[in-house]
Design a protein around this ligand. Structure first.
Ligand SMILES: C=C1C[C@]23C[C@@]1(O)CC[C@H]2[C@@]12CCC[C@@](C)(C(=O)O1)[C@H]2[C@@H]3C(=O)O
Ligand SMILES: O=C(O)CCC(=O)C(=O)O
Ligand SMILES: [Fe+2]
Length: 363
């Protein structure tokens, strides 16, 4: 692990004052960095209409082959995206010293700071983040002592909408694997609405960058979630790695949300769904904003390969793990966290789709 200042004492830069890319932000992108590079007419991440009668099958196929898909007709009021974007933009435009009043504490989860995965890389990422777990009230009062209520309301409404959507997506993703009954997932609750689920909202801001080809917005990673719902503003930057194809750009499409399969869904699906490797690149002239709703099980629930997906020829590939235990493992082992939960080497030619990802260089 690189030895450098911890997040707690590293001063946060004022990106707007940097006219050149400091060496600490210059990633030594290898020639194989884009390998196998995607051509302009490469495949694109499927867009699925949630109102279509084929949505379930299309989602199952996308989850198995990509670990990511995009959705339209998701039912989230479109005006809400403008509102949450406006709150995020207002937040990141505050002076650095003001933002630091709501800094994430060294052992905390919520607040303003660098990407949590920064410590695994020797170079810094060209981005700022703000994580909201639970209520935004306390941190938002620190940012806007006289004007926080409106921003809190926007975030609360957004989280509610995301929670509803995430519950529906859970049934679609699980349904495609034949897991359809409320009793199949006890923690979905008596109404099957996943009422007790946990979530974090991550606001990501990527300022315009003087040397985007040498910089990195958010380094390659998988999400530790069951699923992630990602909204991106109108600037490109997101890329996903498709096995056997390469890095695929996911340009923003108006009113469309990107859904990532996360590591816990990979475990729950007993390896059927790969958790998608992805990264965010930056732009010379435009800043970029993304809002990730990171969705997981209630804190006391252990996630393990679903009994319906386990049998004599399909041994469970992972042992049970809570989200917190997994996040701790991710904080320690980063891209090796899945191997840490792994129980057995695949037998009879069974291959875990995420095994292919282990060779990806992260630093
Ligand atoms: C619930 C969480 C997932 C996350 C760590 C966190 O506690 C809150 C932030 C999340 C995030 C967002 C950016 C990418 C990521 C890898 C990171 O560094 O922080 C994810 C974490 C994750 O999915 O492991
Ligand atoms: O900014 C993006 O497009 C990606 C963000 C992301 O991967 C995350 O927040 O986990
Ligand atoms: Fe992510």
């Amino acid at each position: 692990m690189p030895s450098r200042l911890s997040d707690a004492i590293r001063p946060h830069p004022d990106f707007t004052s940097l006219q050149e890319l400091p060496d600490s932000y210059a990633w030594n992108h290898q020639p194989d960095y884009d390998y196998p590079s995607s051509s302009d007419d490469a495949e694109s991440v499927p867009i699925i209409d949630l109102n279509s009668p084929n949505a379930l099958q299309a989602i199952g196929h996308a989850c198995k082959t990509w670990g990511v898909f995009q959705i339209i007709n998701h039912g989230v009021p479109i005006g809400l995206f403008d509102m949450v974007e406006s709150t995020s933009r207002t937040l990141f435009s505050l002076p650095v010293n003001q933002k630091l009043k709501a800094a994430r504490s060294p052992d905390g989860i919520s607040g303003y700071g660098f990407a949590r995965i920064s410590s695994f890389f020797s170079k810094l990422m060209w981005s700022e983040g703000f994580t909201i777990v639970g209520s935004p009230d306390e941190h938002f009062r620190q940012l806007w002592p006289h004007d926080y209520i409106h921003h809190c309301d926007v975030i609360k409404e957004y989280k509610q909408e995301m929670n509803k959507l995430a519950g529906s997506l859970m049934w679609l993703m699980l349904g495609s694997l034949g897991i359809t009954a409320k009793q199949d997932i006890k923690w979905a609750g008596p109404k099957g609405d996943f009422n007790e689920a946990s979530a974090a909202l991550q606001l990501n801001y990527y300022p315009a960058c003087p040397d985007p080809d040498r910089a990195m917005g958010l380094a390659v990673h998988t999400d530790s979630t069951l699923l992630t719902i990602l909204y991106q503003n109108n600037t490109s930057g997101l890329q996903v790695l498709k096995e056997g194809v390469g890095w695929i750009k996911v340009p923003p499409v108006p009113d469309t949300l990107v859904i990532n399969v996360g590591d816990l869904m990979h475990i729950l699906s007993n390896g059927s769904f790969p958790s998608v490797l992805h990264r965010a690149m930056v732009n010379r002239t435009h800043h970029r904003l993304s809002i990730a709703y990171l969705y997981g099980p209630p804190s006391s629930v252990k996630i393990s390969p679903h009994p319906k997906l386990v049998g004599p020829t399909q041994p469970p590939l992972y042992r049970p793990v809570t989200w917190n235990e997994y996040l701790d493992a991710k904080a320690k082992h980063f891209n090796k966290a899945l191997s840490w939960v792994r129980v057995c080497v695949p037998l009879n030619g069974l291959v875990d789709v995420n095994e292919h990802n282990n060779g990806v260089k992260v630093g």
